[in-house]
Design a protein around this ligand. Structure first.
Ligand code: PDD
Length: 280
């Protein structure tokens, strides 16, 4: 696999980053994941815009224009012959001479890394067909989840708790309400209304979320942006998640309770269909 690191396209074994890089030492960096379907990047402008916002929130500039980033994405997809999969992009505050809590001086070169992951059949896996199960875990993350930082230990631990419980994923709960999934946004459907948490510092503003809510409204579905509880999810007609890599994926079990019929519901199926249609 060819990866991109600070200006060069190199075989992955040859890519090098300093041990002093703040991304490595302090999770001082931002990332984006853009999916690739049929060789085509899905919603790149959305990911580029969120990258800029995230960087801005932690006082970092864009490492280059969005257009140049798009070229890098396309170049890497072509070099690695990616049909279905994703492009991972990470920008960190870079490589000061020594470890220090204070940021390095302005103008210190950032680290920019991109790599691809090939995922044949990304859009037609078992999860979409059968739905997934989730458990709830306390949301122990920091207070700025709207910033897509590479600080992913809490969601990794949530994912491991799910695996240990025999479930597919975890929904994180704070003050009695679901914030989001370990790496996705969470939704329920009750009496024809789609409910998903309102944007704020408690969750990441998913690029897939924005697209799916737009499609839902265009299809005259009712959307309620508000917090919901695990109990509501268990009593809902349907539940689902969205993210760049899962698109729209039905949730059929929440903390051991069957949601609705236990099968992927019509709203989730319809939204997935529309989303994939529009993305291809
Ligand atoms: N995760 N919420 C969290 C905490 C996420 O990590 C993600 C994405 C989302 C969905 O955002 P989007 O629709 O823009 O992908 C919501 C990516 C896919 C990841 O970490 O791999």
């Amino acid at each position: 696999r060819i990866v991109y690191v600070n200006g060069d396209f190199v075989p992955e074994e040859e890519a090098r980053i300093s041990v002093f890089d703040r991304g490595f030492l302090m999770s001082d960096g931002i990332y984006e994941v853009t999916s690739v379907l049929g060789g085509k990047l899905v919603d790149f402008p959305g990911h580029a815009a969120r990258l800029e916002r995230s960087l801005n929130e932690i006082a970092m500039p864009m490492p280059m224009e969005a257009e140049a980033l798009l070229d890098l994405h396309r170049d890497l997809v072509a070099r690695n012959g990616i049909e279905d999969g994703l492009v991972y992009l990470q920008v960190t505050r870079g490589n000061p001479q020594d470890r220090d809590f204070a940021f390095p001086p302005e103008g210190t070169p950032q680290s920019v890394v991109l790599f691809t992951q090939s995922k044949p059949g990304l859009a037609d896996g078992a999860a979409a067909r059968d739905g997934i199960s989730v458990i709830s875990v306390p949301d122990i993350r920091w207070g700025r989840r709207d910033i897509k930082t590479v600080q992913l230990l809490a969601p990794s631990m949530a994912k491991m708790a799910a695996k240990a419980a025999g479930a597919d994923d975890a929904w994180m709960v704070e003050d009695g309400a679901v914030t989001e999934g370990s790496s996705n946004n969470a939704y329920i459907v009750k009496d024809g209304r789609i409910v998903t948490r309102q944007l704020g510092s408690e969750i990441l503003a998913g690029i897939t979320r924005a697209a799916v809510l737009r499609f839902a409204r265009e299809a005259q579905m009712t959307v309620e942006e508000r917090a919901f509880t695990i109990e509501e999810a268990q009593e809902a007609d349907e539940a689902f998640i969205t993210s760049a890599t899962s698109f729209v994926t039905p949730v059929v079990q929440v903390d051991g309770a069957t949601v609705g019929s236990g099968q992927p519901g019509p709203v989730a199926r319809r939204l997935r269909e529309i989303y994939l249609e529009e993305s291809r």
